[in-house]
Write a protein that binds this ligand. Structure first.
Ligand code: KIV
Ligand code: ZN
Length: 565
C-alpha cells in the first residue's frame, strides 16, 4: 500500500511563546516584487518568448510594480537576451528596479553582472539552498560549507559591484528552502552574508526567506518569520522578504500571516503562477488588502485585460473560481443568495453609505471592471427574486411582486429542460416572447377615451369614462364601445360584447421605462379567468392609457393562446 499517511511526519511547531503576530493587522501594502518573469516563467511547460516577456513586463508596469525579477540571465540565453532588450531599448522606467536571480556561484554571478551593464536600478539576487535535507542529501555538505558558498558569492558580488558605479545596485540573499532550514542556521547564514555586504539602514540588504516548499500551516510560517525578525542582528539594516509557494494551498494565507509577523516585502506572481502549485498569488493578496480598506498600491481595475494578457503570454488558464477574477466569482446560483444580493445592492444604492456591505459579494465587482450583469445568472436553482432582479437591473422592468412566481416558473421550466443557466439577455428574450410580442388573437388598432364629470342627485361628483375602440380579432376588425369608472373599467365593459373569455380584474401596476419626456410607460395587469386562475399581461406604450389597454389584451391573448399557466 503506497497510500499510507504514516510515511509522513508532522512539522514541529516553533517555540515562540511571546509571539505578537496574532494581535496584528495589516494596515499598509508591503513592498511588492513580481517574479512572474522568473519563477513564473521557469515553471511554464512552454516558457515565454522574448516578445511575450516584453508584453508581460509592460503589463506589470501598468499594474504598478516597481520591483520586477526579470529572470535568470546567467542560466538561459533567452533570459540574457531579454534583459539586454529591456536595457538596450530603454524600456525600464527610472523608478523601476530590475531584479535578477543567480545561484551563488562564480561563473553565474559574473555572467549576471555582464547582463546588467547599462541598467539603472538593479537588485542582484543570489541564493543557495540551506535546508537540512538539501545539505545532507543533495549537497552532502555541513553547515560551514553551506555558509562558505553564500559568503563567497557575497564577496564576489561586492567586488564586481565596484565596477558598476553608475548602477544603483542593491542585494538580495535567499537561503533557499528556508522553511526546511533550522531557524538558528538561517539566521547564522544570513548574518554571515550581512558581514560581507555590510548593509545599513540607508542601504538595506533584502533577506528573502522562501517557503520554497510549503511544509506547514500558515501560523508556523508566521512564527518562523517573527522568530527570524527578532533574532537577526541589525534588523534595521535588512528588509525581510517573503516568497511563499502554495504546496498546501495556503501560500497567500502564509504570506499574510508572515506580514503580520513583521515582514516588509512580498514576492509573488499574477494568478500564483510558479513551480508546482505556484507562488503567492499577488492579485489575491492585493485584493484581500483592498477589500479591507487598505490601498494595495497595485492597480487591478482592468482585471479582464490583465487576465487576457496573462493567459496569452503564459498559455495558462484562469480558474473559473479564482478569487476576484474567475468567470464565476460574481455569480450567485442560489435563490436565497440572489435575493440577499439584490437587497444588499438596493440598500447600498439608496442608503448612500460609503462602505460596501453586500451579502455574498466581498467586493464591488465594478471595481475590477466586472459588471453587475454578471452577478446573477439563472439556473434551475435560482429563486424568483433573481429573475426579477435581472429584468429590473438590466432592462428596467420592475415586475410587481405577485408576477414574480408566474414568470420565474417559465424560466425555471426552461432551465430544468435544458439543464443550462440563462443569461440576462436570454431571460429578457423569454420575457418578450411571453408578454411583449404577444399580439394574437386580440390586438389594439385604435381607441378614443372621453372622460365625463356628472353631479348625482346627492350633489356628489361622479366621473365616468367612455371608450370607443377598434380591435383586431383573428384578422377581423371589431368596433367596440364601453363605459366605466376609468379607462380599464370601460375597456372591460367594451369587451363584454365580444366572445372574449370573461375576466376579473385583480391588480394594476405601472412605471416609466426610462426617464425623460419621451419615456415609455409599462403597465402590468393581473386578471383571473372564470376558474379563478391568475394571469398577467404587460403593455408598453408612450401613452399610459394605451399601455394599460395593451396589457389587458396581452393577458387575454395569453389565456387564449394557452400561454397562461
Ligand atoms: O522558491 C524559491 O526558493 C525560489 C528562490 C530561488 C528564491 O524561487
Ligand atoms: Zn520560488
Amino acid at each position: 500500500m503506497s497510500y499510507d499517511h504514516r510515511k509522513y511526519k508532522p512539522f514541529p511547531p516553533v517555540s515562540l511563546p511571546d509571539r505578537t503576530w496574532p494581535e496584528k493587522t495589516i494596515t499598509k501594502a508591503p513592498r511588492w516584487c513580481s517574479v512572474d518573469l522568473r519563477d513564473g516563467n521557469q515553471a511554464l511547460p512552454v516558457p515565454m518568448s522574448v516578445e511575450e516577456k516584453l508584453e508581460l513586463f509592460d503589463l506589470l508596469l501598468k499594474i504598478g510594480f516597481k520591483e520586477i525579477e526579470i529572470g535568470f540571465p546567467s542560466a538561459s540565453q533567452t533570459e540574457y537576451d531579454y534583459l539586454r532588450t529591456l536595457i538596450d531599448r530603454n524600456l525600464i522606467p527610472d523608478d523601476v528596479t530590475i531584479q535578477l536571480l543567480t545561484q551563488s556561484r562564480e561563473h553565474l554571478i559574473r555572467r549576471s553582472f555582464e547582463a546588467i551593464r547599462g541598467c539603472k536600478n538593479v537588485v542582484m539576487h543570489f541564493y543557495n539552498s540551506t535546508s537540512t535535507v538539501q545539505r545532507n542529501v543533495v549537497f552532502k555538505k555541513d553547515r560551514e560549507e553551506i555558509i562558505k558558498i553564500a559568503v563567497e558569492g557575497a564577496k564576489l558580488i561586492k567586488e564586481i559591484a565596484a565596477e558598476y558605479p553608475d548602477t544603483n545596485l542593491s542585494y538580495e540573499y535567499s537561503p533557499e528552502s528556508f522553511t526546511g532550514t533550522e531557524l538558528d542556521f538561517a539566521v547564522e547564514i544570513c548574518e554571515a552574508v550581512m558581514d560581507v555586504l555590510e548593509p545599513t539602514p540607508e542601504k538595506k540588504l533584502i533577506l528573502n526567506l522562501p517557503a520554497t516548499v510549503e511544509m506547514h500551516t500558515p501560523n508556523i510560517h508566521a512564527d518562523q518569520i517573527e522568530w527570524f525578525s527578532k533574532n537577526i542582528k541589525n534588523r534595521d539594516c535588512v528588509d525581510i522578504s517573503l516568497h511563499t509557494h502554495n504546496d498546501r494551498g495556503t501560500g497567500v494565507a502564509a504570506a499574510e500571516l508572515a506580514l503580520m509577523a513583521g515582514a516588509d516585502r512580498v514576492e509573488g506572481t499574477l494568478f500564483g503562477n510558479g513551480e508546482r502549485t505556484g507562488n503567492t498569488d499577488l492579485i489575491t493578496m492585493a485584493m484581500n488588502l483592498y477589500s479591507q480598506g487598505v490601498d494595495p498600491c497595485l492597480d487591478f481595475s482592468d482585471i479582464e485585460h490583465i487576465s487576457n494578457v496573462y493567459k496569452r503570454c503564459t498559455r495558462m488558464n484562469v480558474h473559473e473560481r479564482h478569487p476576484y477574477v474567475g468567470e464565476l466569482v460574481y455569480t450567485a446560483f442560489s435563490g436565497s443568495h440572489q435575493d440577499a444580493i439584490k437587497k444588499g445592492l438596493d440598500h447600498y444604492k439608496t442608503a448612500g453609505s460609503s462602505f460596501w456591505d453586500v451579502p455574498y459579494l466581498p467586493l464591488d465587482p465594478s471595481d475590477l471592471g466586472r459588471e453587475y450583469e454578471a452577478i446573477i445568472r439563472i439556473n434551475s436553482q435560482s429563486g424568483k427574486g433573481g429573475v426579477a432582479y435581472i429584468l429590473d437591473s438590466q432592462f428596467g422592468y420592475k415586475l410587481p411582486k405577485a408576477m414574480h412566481p408566474e414568470f420565474s416558473r417559465k424560466i425555471q421550466k426552461i432551465t430544468d429542460e435544458t439543464g443550462k443557466e440563462l443569461k440576462g439577455k436570454e431571460i429578457f428574450e423569454q420575457f418578450s416572447k411571453e408578454y411583449l410580442e404577444v399580439k394574437e388573437p386580440w390586438a389594439l388598432v385604435n381607441y378614443e377615451i372621453n372622460a365625463r364629470l356628472d353631479v348625482n342627485d346627492a350633489g356628489e361628483e361622479v366621473q365616468s369614462v367612455g371608450i370607443s375602440c377598434s380591435l383586431k380579432y383573428k384578422g377581423e376588425v371589431l368596433k367596440l364601445e364601453g363605459t366605466g369608472n376609468g379607462p380599464i373599467d370601460a375597456f372591460f365593459h367594451a369587451l363584454q360584447s365580444t366572445s372574449a373569455p370573461k375576466l376579473h380584474f385583480i391588480s394594476y401596476d405601472e412605471h416609466a421605462l426610462s426617464e425623460g419626456a419621451d419615456s415609455q410607460a409599462v403597465c402590468y395587469i393581473q386578471v383571473a379567468d372564470s376558474k379563478g386562475r391568475s394571469n398577467f399581461g404587460v403593455g408598453v406604450d408612450n401613452s399610459i392609457n394605451a399601455a394599460s389597454l395593451k396589457a389587458l389584451l396581452c393577458a387575454l391573448d395569453r389565456i387564449e393562446a394557452g400561454l397562461a399557466d
